[in-house]
Each structure stands twice: as C-alpha cells, then as structure tokens.
Design a protein around this ligand. Structure first.
Ligand code: BGC
Length: 764
C-alpha cells in the first residue's frame, strides 16, 4: 500500500491511491476531506436522496424521475442501458441539481451485456477460470461503453435444489468452485482500478442464502444453523469481498426468522464487523417494502427504519427511504448518523468510480457514440463462441454417435431448435435475440447452407395448461403452435424418416429457469418427452440437445438418446458453439457443476453430503439405511461429470508422503492416459475428506482441479499440492476455523464419485 502512495505522490494520481486504499478498506486522506466537505454541504433530504435507487418504468415515469433527480432525491439508477439516455440523465443531475452530485448507473450484467455468454451454470461448466474471466471482462467493456457503472453480479448463491429457477444464474452446488468463480468475476468486472472507464463495479448477491429457500421456492425462508452457513453458503460472498467487490446486494429471503434486509447479525455483525466490508450494501428490488409482507414491519416507515438500522445503505425501488427517513429523524426516532454513514458510502462509491472527476466517465461524448446501441460491430462474437463451446457437457455418447458427419442428412426438431431468444438465457435485457445464433442457424453455417437439414417443431414447450399460461403470460417470445400434439409429432417423425440422424433440441424455455420460476417437477415437459419417445421409435440415431437452466430428471431420455449434450443457455453464439461440438470441430470439455437427480423426490441432492449414522452401501443397500427405497441411489449424473470424444484412464495415485506437517505440504498425484483415438482434455479433480473430526464432515469436498490435454496414447502425471489450510472447517457456530489433527483421505478422479481414497496423517 505504501508503494502505491509513494508512486502517487510522484505522479500525482490521487484516484489510484484512493482506489488502492478503498480496496483495503479505508478512505485516503484526500477522499476523506472531499467527502467531509461534501457531506457538510448537504441537507438531510439530499443525503437521503443519495440512498434512493430507482428505475424508470410504469410506477416511475421518466418525467417524474427527472424532477426527482433535479431535486436531489435520487442517487442511483437502474435499468437505463443506452449511453445517450444515461448521459442525459447524468446531465440533469450534474447541471440542474443543487450540488451537482453525479448519479451512478446500475444494471444486471450477469453473463454479458450486448453479447451474451453462457448463463451462470454454463460458465461454471467450463471449469475454466480464464474463460470465465474473459466473459466478465467483455461484459464489463460492453456495459461501461453503454455508460453503466455498476453490475448486480456475480450471483453466487449456492444452489442445491434445482426446483429453484434461479439456480440457472449461479455456479452450481459447490462452495469451493463457486468461490473461485466469484473472485474471478469480481476481478474481471472491476479491473485493476475501479475508476477506469471500462471498470464495472461488482455487487455480489444475494447476501445471504438466497439459494437455500425451503423446497426450492423462490423468496422462501432459509433455515439452517450458522455452522452450515459458514461452511457451505457464505464463502463465495466472502471470496468476492476479499478481492474487493464494491457492493453487496441483500437477499430477499429470511434467515432463521429474520429477513436478510432487516438482519443486524448478517449485515452488521458478520458483514461489517467480522468481515470488515467497507463498501456499499444495496437492498434487492422492493425488499425494504417487503418487510411488511414478511411480517416484521407494520408499514413502510417501520420497514425503512429496520433496514437502515440493520445496515442497508441503498433502497432499490421500495419507496421506503425517500418518503420516510426524514420524518423518522425529525421525530428523534432515528439516529441521523445512520443516514450520514449510508450517504457517505454511496458518495465514496461514486468517488471510487471516478464520477466526481468526470461524471461522463463511462457515458462519454456523443461524438464517440456507436451508430446504434446494438450495432453488430459492438459484439464480441469470437469470445462468446470460445467460452460457449467450453460450457457444453457431453453426458452420453454411445457407438460414437458424435461427432456427426458434416454431410449427414439431419432432422432438426424440437421447440428450441430455432429459438434465438431462449439460447440467450435470463438476464439478457440489453441483448438482441435477433443477433443470437440458434442451433438451426449454427448447423446451417457449419455446413455452408440449409441443404440436407430438415426442420419440424415436433412439440410445444408444454401442453399443460398451467405451464402454457405461465409461459405465454410472462415470456412473450414463447409462441404456441395450436395444431394437435400428434400432428406436430407426426411431422417430426416424418422428418426423421428422411434423415440419417435426428437432433432433438428440447428442455426449457428461458422463462422456465428464471426469477420466480420454481418447478415442482423437473421432468422434460410431457409434450417434449412424448416427442423424444416418438423419435426414438423411428430407430434413427438420436442426439438429444438439452437447453435448460437447471438439472432436469432425465432418466428416460438418457436411456433413449444415443448422445446427450447439455448446453444450458449458451448465449449469443450458442448455435455456432453447439455445432462446433456436434461436428467435432471442438472437443466437448465441460463438466457438470451440479448433480443431476434421477427423481425430484431426491432433492436436495449434492455430492458433499454429510454422512449419517446409517450410511447406504450402493451395492448392498439393505434396510435401516439412509435412502429412498423406490429409486436407485445417487444422482443420474454426478457433479464433475462430463465426457469428451476420447477416453482417459487414471492410475497409480500417489502421495509424496503419508504425513502432512503442520507447516508444510504434500503432493498428491495420479497418472492420466489418453486411451482413445483423438486428442482431448479432461479435468482431474481433487477431493478431500476428514473421516473423524469433532463435527461430522462431508463425504468429500472439492479442493482443486486441473485440466490436462493429451494426444492419443500420451500419458502424464497430474499433481496437486495439499496444505493444512485446505483441511480447515468451522467446528462451531462462531467465526473460528479449526484444522484438526488426524487421518485424512484424498480422492483424485474425473467426477465426484470417482477415485479410490489415499490417506495421510496431519500431525497434532
Ligand atoms: C433480483 C435481483 C436483481 C434486481 C434488479 C431483483 O428482482 O432479485 O437479482 O438484481 O431485481 O434487477
């Protein structure tokens, strides 16, 4: 830190110094003086105005928002995503409000802005942190070029119950993997210096446990002990904060009876005191007002008081802080220091973003505007294709069905085959579906035209009136073909009859895996399942391409398909990326970041289970063991699983020593051989287990992975370093971690059920 200061004294770069100091949690003297001076000149109303984040919409028409900006009643904006619009709103704030304090502009840039990358689950499936970083950097460049300062991302809620539709946005079930992706994306969004014109401030969300809602229902309470929170759910948020995430968004759910938005333990004791977070805490959309429905506030005024006292700095679209904080202070019912504290954090954020130096830092000059906000020249198609093809997970490939012969006659069927909107996934509001590549288009481009390709819809997404009503109400792009299901299927079967191979593109429309889209069943909707049945009965080689935002229960289709490829929602270049893999121009390299259940009744299902006193032996399940007697145990596809076009075998696992010294390390290694006929890569995963500890520990936990790429017949030894910090856990409810001496097990494998244990001892 001193080095940064010295450098800055020489070159006079106050901004750099302030950012460096902020990242370590403090204000530089220059920033402190600036903020002191500004706050001293602000009225109480103006300070409260800084805590208000609004978006223009039916309840906040533009004219009304502009008047509020001029009156100093708005501090931040959401959902304005065009540079010209942002510049104009900024001009109103800077030129017409009394103190000219710039606004900060936020948007949900989750997996891209104009160019969409794969959804969170897809990014996680790459098991490739540089590729994920590339997606984040491109997103930041495009979003800042649109004039945005802040993204509400990354979303790092651990998802272990795929009934929850927002699992699509996160990075799966694993704490360690999610934490690595979390820090990777924060660094990619923010760059080295938050004040840079292409740096986008990250607001990690949803703090905390939003993914742990009961029964996978969105917004539902999360109930668990603090030890489990610390062990499983909190590390990814912490990882984002440790690398300097500028903001935290508070979750919508309650935790052990207290909504996160009013939760002093969560926001004050844990986040501020224990973790030392100095950045901005933002409510989720309308969440302060929702304290009334949660049943902890009688009205918006009480809700506002609870939220600010708990430590929520910014009110996103609740209309709670603006109208009520002033009155509370005026009547002596709220300490004005709380308003000062929150306003200072908002101003410090704008300072760090460089907005006081230049409010148009990101929205730029009109002379530099692109021809149109969605001008094709603004897209990063190469990068999107590169990342998307790494996100595809091959789940089955019998009789070398894939890769396909490029000249084969292909029947392309299913409700997702030609869809450009779905392939983008959720949170893609700034992207244009017309610029997205459907699989149909991708296949045609790869073959130089549509000749030899035939198409049939085959089925609507669903025939269930409840589902159809949900989709057509909330996903306007979903069109239902009114013809009878049998007619649609017959058409697909006829197309299959004339083809060499069938490619069925089935799954979910993007609106089925989104906010507020919990499902009680995870089967392929019956209409699509019937289509797959009909296609199977043609006897033609059947390739099932899945597009979906959560693990589905696919036992039946996994049996029917000759090849099964999970593509999630792969983004703007999805169709090209999938075609690359189907024709073998690119090896499938993705691995599942989440377990696929066989039946919905197994949920929650994840690999890092804590053992019971009556564990089940899969080969001899028996009675009085912890299992469902009506379904074969375990997942259909385990965490970490994925195939390529070649086969790898692992042998001779070794530890460099049977003893791990307290202050040392040991090496675990395994020999990997490419036994197949093609060059390819695999992901070797390191799992650890602590079989005897003071509290019960998971049957395994991921602690590392490495990708190896080998030619046919080539072999190599893949090595991991193990040190005692990897054995740490929380033995109690408090913040202290322990590393307990004893025996440990190491597993090296290609998925969470692979590999035989090796053991070592950690000395006391
Ligand atoms: C979501 C957040 C999002 C916010 C703003 C909310 O409904 O829960 O994830 O950031 O809206 O769009």
């Amino acid at each position: 830190m001193r080095k940064a200061w010295q450098l800055c004294m020489v070159v006079g770069c106050l901004a750099l110094a302030s950012t460096q100091l902020r990242a370590s949690g403090g204000e530089s003297p220059g920033e402190a003086r600036f903020l002191d001076d500004l706050l001293a000149r602000m009225t109480l109303e103006e300070k409260i105005g800084q805590l208000v984040l609004v978006s223009i919409g039916p309840s906040h028409p533009r004219d009304q928002v502009v008047s509020s900006i001029i009156e100093g009643k708005v501090g931040m904006m959401l959902n304005t995503v065009v540079r010209e619009d942002i510049r104009e709103l900024q001009r109103q704030a800077v030129e017409h409000s009394r103190l000219g304090i710039p606004l900060a502009f936020a948007f949900d840039v989750l997996h891209g802005q104009r160019t969409l990358f794969p959804i969170g689950l897809g990014l996680a499936s790459t098991w490739d942190l540089p590729a994920i970083a590339l997606s984040g950097r491109v997103a930041a460049r495009e979003a800042t070029a649109d004039g945005l300062d802040i993204t509400f991302a990354p979303m790092v809620d651990i998802g272990r119950d795929p009934r929850w539709g927002r699992m699509s946005e996160g990075f799966g079930e694993d704490t360690w993997l999610t934490a690595r992706i979390s820090e990777t994306l924060v660094e990619a969004f923010q760059g080295d210096d938050l004040a840079s014109p292409d740096s986008l401030m990250a607001v990690v969300k949803h703090f905390a446990l939003y993914g742990a809602g009961e029964g996978g229902r969105d917004y539902a309470p999360a109930e668990m002990g603090r030890r489990q929170m610390r062990e499983v759910h909190l590390p990814p948020y912490r990882a984002a904060i440790d690398v300097g995430a500028g903001g935290v968004m508070v979750a919508l759910n309650s935790i052990d009876g207290m909504p996160a938005t009013a939760n002093r333990w969560l926001l004050d004791d844990l986040l501020r005191d224990e973790w030392g977070f100095r950045g901005l805490v933002i409510s989720d959309h309308g969440a302060i007002g929702e304290l009334i429905s949660h049943g902890v506030a009688a009205d918006a005024e009480q809700a506002a008081r609870l939220a600010i006292q708990a430590g929520v700095d910014v009110d996103m679209n609740s209309e709670a802080y603006g109208p009520h904080l002033g009155g509370l202070v005026g009547r002596g019912e709220l300490d004005p220091a709380l308003i000062d504290r929150a306003a200072r954090r908002v101003l410090a954020t704008k300072y760090a973003l460089g907005l006081f130096d230049d409010p148009y830092r990101r929205s730029g000059l009109s002379a530099e505007d692109a021809l149109a906000f969605d001008d094709p020249s603004r897209l990063h198609r190469l990068e999107a294709r590169e990342v998307a093809r790494r996100s595809l997970v091959l789940l089955k490939n019998q009789r070398e069905t894939l890769p396909l012969d490029r000249k084969a006659r292909i029947a392309v069927v299913g409700p997702l085959a030609k869809s450009q909107a779905d392939v983008l996934g959720s949170w893609s509001g700034a992207a244009s579906p017309a610029q997205a590549v459907s699989l149909w288009q991708g296949l045609a481009d790869a073959r130089g035209g549509e000749e030899g390709l035939s198409y049939a819809l085959g089925a609507n997404f669903s025939d269930d009136p409840l589902v159809v009503d949900y989709l057509t109400t909330y996903s306007p792009e979903v069109k239902i073909d009114p013809r009878p299901a049998q007619v649609l299927r017959d058409e697909a079967v006829a197309a299959a009859g004339d083809a060499d191979v069938v490619v069925a593109v089935v799954g979910e429309s993007r609106g089925m895996s989104d906010e507020s889209s919990s499902r009680s069943e995870l089967d392929l909707p019956a209409a699509q399942a019937a289509l797959v049945d009909a296609l199977e009965s043609t006897g033609k080689p059947l390739v099932v391409i899945l597009m979906n935002g959560r693990p589905l229960t696919l036992e039946r289709q996994a049996g029917q398909a000759d090849a099964l490829l999970e593509t999630w929602f792969a983004g703007t270049e999805g169709g090209h990326a999938i075609a690359d893999v189907l024709f073998g121009d690119f090896e499938p390299v993705g691995r599942l970041p989440v377990s696929f259940p066989r039946r919905v009744g197994q949920l929650p299902l994840y690999y890092a289970l804590v053992p019971t006193g009556r564990p089940v032996d899969p080969l001899h399940p028996g009675k009085f063991t912890s299992r469902y007697f009506d379904v074969a145990g375990g997942p259909l596809f385990p965490f970490g699983f994925g195939l390529g076009y070649t086969d790898f075998s692992l042998s001779n696992p070794r530890l460099s020593s049977r003893v791990l010294p307290r202050d040392g390390r040991l090496e675990a290694s395994v020999e990997v051989i490419n036994q197949g006929k093609r060059r390819g890569s695999t992901v070797i995963q390191l799992y650890l287990r602590d079989p005897v500890a003071s509290v019960t520990r998971p049957v395994r936990e991921l602690e590392g992975f490495k990708r190896v790429t080998l030619d046919p017949g080539e072999r190599t030894r893949v090595e991991f370093s193990i040190d005692p910090s990897m054995l740490a856990f929380y033995p109690g409810e408090g913040p202290l971690e322990a590393i307990e001496a004893g025996e440990f097990e190491v597993f090296l494998g290609q998925h969470a059920e692979d590999g035989e244990p090796l053991s070592f001892t950690l000395r006391p």
